[in-house]
Design a protein around this ligand. Structure first.
Ligand SMILES: Cc1cc2nc3c(=O)[nH]c(=O)nc-3n(C[C@H](O)[C@H](O)[C@H](O)COP(=O)(O)OP(=O)(O)OC[C@H]3O[C@@H](n4cnc5c(N)ncnc54)[C@H](O)[C@@H]3O)c2cc1C
Length: 641
């Protein structure tokens, strides 16, 4: 999130906001323990290294069925020294060798033991929103992780909920489906608007007026052009059209086509700035924004997706407590009440989806048991690389399209502080030395590391009476704060780095180094304020929208329904990772599911009325064979009297 010197009263939009109808090992710690330096590692020792009594093992065992919400409040002061976030081991064990898993589980897919009108595969934002729209059908939502929420999950410390993934929303226009949805979930009551202007950190120093030339006067000219351009796009002024995804009007289709033909960087260089060069500080800022938001370099990002999200940032940004895990939790709690706990199944890994004559078989493993549900319809709300592995009827075109999408990796670190985070910013971009080597994005990313630090406790309500949802030790958090660091891996080799053995301690050390030597000095916070550091890992959370993918029809082939029975709703439908896209896909495709189910029910009713008429007619044809109705008997006996 990058707003700088915004004007007031802009219309906030990102992607579909306007659509109203479419719908780290002990070795490091031992090494650090001997150090005389007052380091983050040392200050971490009291809380983070007491692994003898971990609060709970992460992901390894089934958890209490009641405690599957998006925010994990079980850690207390001490968290185990391992990643939270995704559990790649279980999914790799099952999904990377499905035949092997099936044979170890009894060599047979069991017959259905249950029926449901709708089964949703994946309980991230898209899955939960789909379930919410279809609640009248009592859908079953199967989520492979211990907790619902997907990339929009959170954790809690001293009563402060913080995000381990998605952090903020763009305020939608009033009256849109998204606005109504947030109102139904009572989101607005708890959100806090991000500041109108955000500083950046350059060479370890705070710079409040970056686009005005704070780091170098030469930035100001291009900065002003950028600001005006994206503001005009957002507000559709001076002939600019906002590239909605999916585009609905002819003007939107035209602009999306034009933009998708080039990279976001080329669009900015050639069209926006009309220059061969971009000032290196702006180049770094734009790179860091795209690493943080898309997990990809803006040199390889479609301008359609880039402009869509970047322009949205010039509107009003809303920050919920705990980031978007708050939205996920509100949704999860409401859904739980409406459809019942039993239909929200966490730790349920779907490994086969197969269409049959009378519906779809959905087979999943949960707590050591393998079960199949016969569904009338299925919504895949999981990422497409999972669809490719588990959907047995995958068409060649869709399979080819999915194979072309790269998903990049991500780490999110939360720094726990014995003091509040200083005021004056919500999302602080870290520009390092303001130099990007365009030919070596991996090298630059490895050098720059985290791209931005968010005040993770920004929307937390401080004070004596402030309690978080769990009512845990949040009564007085006046001397605590959380900083959330975002570090994407915008290159192919990042996945192997993040998933490799020993990566936790390697990256923990790098986070600590960046916190100690760049971020804390810049913010004027003493190292002694740090009491812990927790890292969440996301193996492949962000699809990379490369130029031409929309124009080639790839995007459409990802999400078209299969035989009216199987639907696809996930942020990756449009390769655009944000809550708004998740909402739009879920909203639109659950509407299609509803239409299909209603048409089926109408057909069934017609058939049963037809059958009734036929049988009534038959009744009328053969009255002599049957006893007369009781009333008639009475009447007859009355007559006889
Ligand atoms: C680090 C990070 C920061 C982000 N920040 C923001 C932000 O500030 N604002 C914003 O709007 N967006 C942000 N995003 C984008 C975010 O991904 C979306 O907002 C949204 O949460 C995506 O939801 P989804 O349901 O489409 O996908 P996901 O969150 O990926 O959900 C898919 C779900 O499917 C489940 N699943 C996968 N395979 C199976 C299986 N075989 N069986 C059952 N379940 C399965 C997964 O466990 C997961 O829960 C961020 C993303 C990341 C990674």
């Amino acid at each position: 999130m990058i707003k700088v010197n915004k004007q007031k009263n802009r219309i906030p939009r990102r992607t579909v906001l306007k659509l109203a109808t479419i719908s780290a090992g002990s070795a490091l710690l031992q090494a650090c323990a001997g150090s005389k330096r007052k380091s983050v590692e040392n200050t971490l020792t009291p809380s983070d290294t007491k692994t003898s009594a971990p609060i709970k093992a992460l992901h390894s065992t089934p958890i209490n069925n009641e405690d599957t919400g998006p925010i994990d409040r079980n850690y207390g002061e001490i968290a185990p020294l391992k990643y939270s976030g995704e559990d790649p081991d279980r999914s790799h064990q099952i999904l990377w060798d499905i035949p092997g898993f099936v044979s170890s589980a009894g060599a047979k897919i069991p017959d259905p033991s249950e029926k449901a009108p709708v089964v949703i595969v994946g309980g991230g934002m898209s899955g939960l929103i789909s379930g919410y729209h279809l609640k009248k059908y009592l859908p079953i939502i199967l989520e492979s992780a211990d907790r619902f929420g997907g990339n929009s999950r959170g954790e809690s410390w001293r009563g402060i909920d913080y995000s381990i993934g998605a952090a903020y929303l763009c305020a939608p226009e009033e009256g849109t489906p998204l606005d109504k949805f947030y109102k139904e979930l009572d989101i607005y009551r708890r959100v806090k608007s991000a500041p109108e202007d955000e500083p950046i950190l350059f060479n370890g120093k705070m710079k409040p007026y970056f686009l005005k030339g704070d780091t170098d006067p030469a930035v100001a000219t291009q900065g002003a052009i950028l600001e005006k351009y994206f503001s005009d796009v957002l507000n559709e002024k001076n002939g600019k059209v906002f590239p909605e995804l999916p585009p609905t009007t002819e003007a939107q289709k035209k602009i999306v086509k034009e933009l998708d033909a080039v990279s976001f960087r080329d669009h900015i260089r050639k069209t926006v700035l009309a220059s061969d060069t971009i000032h290196p500080h702006l180049d770094t800022w734009l790179e860091h924004y795209c690493w943080s938001v898309f997990g990809s370099s803006y040199r390889e990002l479609s301008a359609a997706v880039g402009v869509n999200q970047f322009a949205g940032e010039f509107g009003k940004i809303l920050v919920p407590p705990g980031g978007n895990s708050f939205v996920a939790e509100q949704l999860y709690s409401k859904l739980k009440k409406e459809i019942g706990n039993d239909r929200l199944r966490s730790h349920a890994m779907v490994f086969q989806v197969k269409t049959v004559d009378d519906g779809v078989w959905v087979t999943y493993e949960r707590d050591g048991e393998v079960k199949t549900i016969l569904a009338e319809t299925v919504i895949f709300a999981c990422p497409k690389y999972v669809v490719r592995k588990i959907f047995t009827d995958l068409e060649p075109g869709r399979e080819k399209a999915i194979r072309r999408i790269r998903y990049n990796s991500y780490l999110v670190a939360n720094v726990l502080l014995n003091q509040k985070v200083p005021d004056g910013f919500y999302d602080l971009y870290l520009l390092a030395d303001g130099k990007v080597d365009g030919k070596d994005i991996q090298g630059t990313a490895e050098r720059h590391r985290a791209t931005d630090a968010i005040n993770g406790s920004y929307a937390h309500v401080y004070g004596v009476n402030a309690t978080n949802k769990s009512g845990s030790s949040g009564n007085n958090t006046n001397h605590s704060g959380v900083l959330t660091l975002y570090r994407a891996f915008p290159y192919l080799a990042g996945k192997a780095q993040v998933l490799s053995t020993g990566s936790y301690f390697k990256f923990r050390k790098e986070f600590i180094d960046q916190v100690e030597n760049e971020i804390l000095p810049g913010l004027g916070i003493s190292k002694t304020a740090v009491v812990g550091l927790r890292i969440a890992r996301w193996g492949h959370p962000l699809p990379v929208a490369q130029p031409g993918m929309i124009n080639s029809g790839l995007v459409e082939s990802l999400s078209k329904p299969y035989k009216s029975k199987v639907y696809f709703a996930n942020q990756d439908n449009w390769l655009n990772p944000c809550i708004e896209q998740a909402f739009n896909e879920a909203h639109h495709w659950s509407g299609e599911v509803e239409k299909y189910l209603e048409a089926k029910r109408l057909e069934k009713t017609k058939q049963s009325i037809g059958a009734d008429v036929v049988s009534k007619k038959k009744e009328g044809d053969s009255p002599k064979n049957e006893e007369p109705p009781k009333d008639n008997k009475k009447n007859e006996s009355k007559k006889a009297e």
